[in-house]
Design a protein around this ligand. Structure first.
Ligand SMILES: C[S@@+](CC[C@H](N)C(=O)[O-])C[C@H]1O[C@@H](n2cnc3c(N)ncnc32)[C@H](O)[C@@H]1O
Length: 515
């Protein structure tokens, strides 16, 4: 019997009593994707492991990482002995995945009550065993009566709460080391329920909330298990104070559905001086607006006569041809480091990257004819304000008949060659606009922008892009100027545009599905 079969056959009364609502694979994948996951040694806690869906999702994600951990040491608690054989099977799969990725995998399965054992905090770790640095959990949901033994055990650990799920969260936070990461899917009730106020206070004093995700539909995330509670996922880091920024996101919960995300100040999550400490999910109008503007745009990239490709020069494969400075028989080699206020500044002596590529028989196919191109960065640093950063390659600023674009760039072109400079100017402004950046963040939690993402976007008509270019009088426009012009050209007519185009179903597959 597979782990999935096992979850279907569990007796309904038992399921209810033990709060057994099992996490669907797509939701487990989403949860796993929320970890920062920069560990070398993962000491993972899965409390209320069920058949191991959550551990399995995280292990799969970690095995797929380019820089994956060296070791994973799992501790899984599961009170229901009937689930243990299925849990062992899942763990065995995890072990095999890890083995294939050369990750050392060890585990301890505890067929026991997490409340009782988790509360014995001090005794849990032997002297040579360290606290957990990661926890993933879908805790059981059940009221704890005030005269129950569980309540007494929790009180002795300093935890006052009336529901098993918040008890699990409070215990897990205690068992994490400072900086340890927690990802939990829970009912939303703790965010504003009156009875959860002491829990909220305790939680906000011991972890920094970094990501809050809400499902649009109450049932979508757990449709096979008939859960009627609205569910949220939180990612939190054990810390004494909150971070300034929190990512809030929303999705339907069904497999492959788009995620709309935004970063907000922590003060938008918990209003300063709110005695109740309500936790808000400000999934805003701005996002909805950005989504509306983008979905109403009428053109595919091909309808503009343009394509987008990834830079052909993979520098470590062309090492012998790289030149620090341009010389005889070299061509300009353009990296993201050459981006400067909307244009390419080349050559640059203030960067570590090479400026040129030797022109030889071997490099000929890597080069393209000079012309006007729009370039975008494929990767941006987390701290960068925008995910999409575009600039113009202007042949009047870089004098050379051929050019090489490095692989960390995408370049927009017309049939392999340059494009009309006005179109390039309008396109670069559109790509640099806040509305597009918001839209991009809404479906991608990644800092990576692939050519496919750009290919799948919708664009304004050529005439609009050229009008945008004409309105941009300054050579390097500020963000405000760009946004003002884009808003004037696209924003106000949103409703009209939306009526005049047939909206295509842009099914955006999430990267977490690929884990
Ligand atoms: C909501 S289910 C989640 C299962 C699994 N983690 C998943 O996401 O599919 C909660 C699990 O906690 C287990 N559980 C309930 N009370 C428990 C307790 N006191 N100690 C340990 N496990 C418990 C249940 O048997 C159930 O398997």
């Amino acid at each position: 019997m597979t782990a999935a079969d096992q979850t279907k056959t569990t007796d309904p009364d038992r399921k209810r009593q033990l709060g057994q609502f099992f996490t669907p694979e797509n939701v487990a994948g989403l949860m796993a994707s929320f970890f920062e996951a920069e560990w070398k040694d993962v000491r993972l806690l899965d409390a209320g492991a069920g058949t191991g869906a959550l551990t399995s999702a995280l292990v799969r994600r970690l095995c797929g990482e380019q820089h994956h951990p060296e070791r994973i040491d799992l501790t899984a608690y599961e009170i229901d002995g009937t689930l243990i054989p299925a849990l062992y099977k899942t763990i065995e799969n995890c072990r095999q995945h890890c083995c294939a990725s050369q990750i050392e995998f060890t585990c301890t399965i505890r067929n026991e009550d997490f409340v009782v054992n988790g509360s014995r905090h001090g005794e849990l770790f032997d002297s040579d065993r360290k606290a957990f640095n990661a926890a993933i959990v879908n805790p059981p949901y059940r009221k704890i009566r005030s005269d129950s033994p569980d309540r007494a055990v929790l009180s002795s650990a300093g935890i006052e709460t009336s529901n098993l799920y918040t008890a699990f969260l409070a215990l897990i936070v205690k068992l994490l080391e400072p900086g340890g990461e927690l990802v939990a899917i829970t009912p939303r009730s703790f965010c504003n329920g009156v009875y959860f106020r002491p829990f909220r206070e305790q939680l906000l004093n011991s972890v920094a909330l970094t990501r809050l995700h809400v499902f649009e539909s109450r049932q979508a995330a757990f449709d096979t298990d008939d859960v009627l509670q609205e569910n949220v996922i939180i990612h939190a880091i054990k810390a004494r104070s909150q971070y300034n920024r929190v990512t809030v996101s929303i999705s339907s919960g069904s497999p492959g559905s788009a995620i709309y995300a935004r970063e907000v100040a922590f003060s938008e999550i918990v209003t300063p001086n709110d005695g109740e400490k309500f936790i808000h999910f400000p999934v805003s109008d701005a996002l909805t607006h950005a989504r509306g503007v983008m979905q109403a745009l009428p053109c595919l990239l091909s309808e503009l006569g343009l394509s987008v490709s990834t830079g052909r020069v993979v520098d470590f494969r062309a090492r012998e041809f790289l030149k620090k400075t341009p010389g005889r028989d070299t061509v300009p080699l353009i990296y993201p480091a050459h981006f400067d206020q909307g244009f390419i500044r080349w050559p640059r002596t203030d960067i570590r990257k090479p400026n040129a590529l030797a022109m030889t028989q071997e490099t000929r196919d890597l080069l393209i004819q000079s012309g006007t191109y729009v370039l975008t960065k494929r990767f941006t640093a987390k701290e960068e304000t925008r995910r999409l950063v575009a600039c113009i390659y202007d042949p009047e600023r870089v004098s050379a008949p051929l050019v090489g674009f490095e692989n960390h760039l995408n370049y927009f072109h017309a049939n392999g060659g340059g494009m009309n400079p006005e179109l390039a100017k309008g396109l670069a402004a559109f790509l640099n606009s806040t509305v597009l950046d918001l839209y991009f963040r809404s479906f991608s939690g990644h800092t990576q922008v692939n050519a496919t993402d750009l290919r799948n976007l919708r664009y304004p008509p050529k005439s609009t892009l050229e009008r945008i270019a004409q309105r941009l009088t300054a050579t390097s426009a500020s963000q405000e100027q760009i946004d003002g012009i884009i808003e004037a050209e696209l924003g106000n007519g949103t409703a009209e545009l939306r009526n005049s185009v047939e909206l295509r179903d842009a099914v955006i597959s999430e990267s977490f599905n690929e884990c």
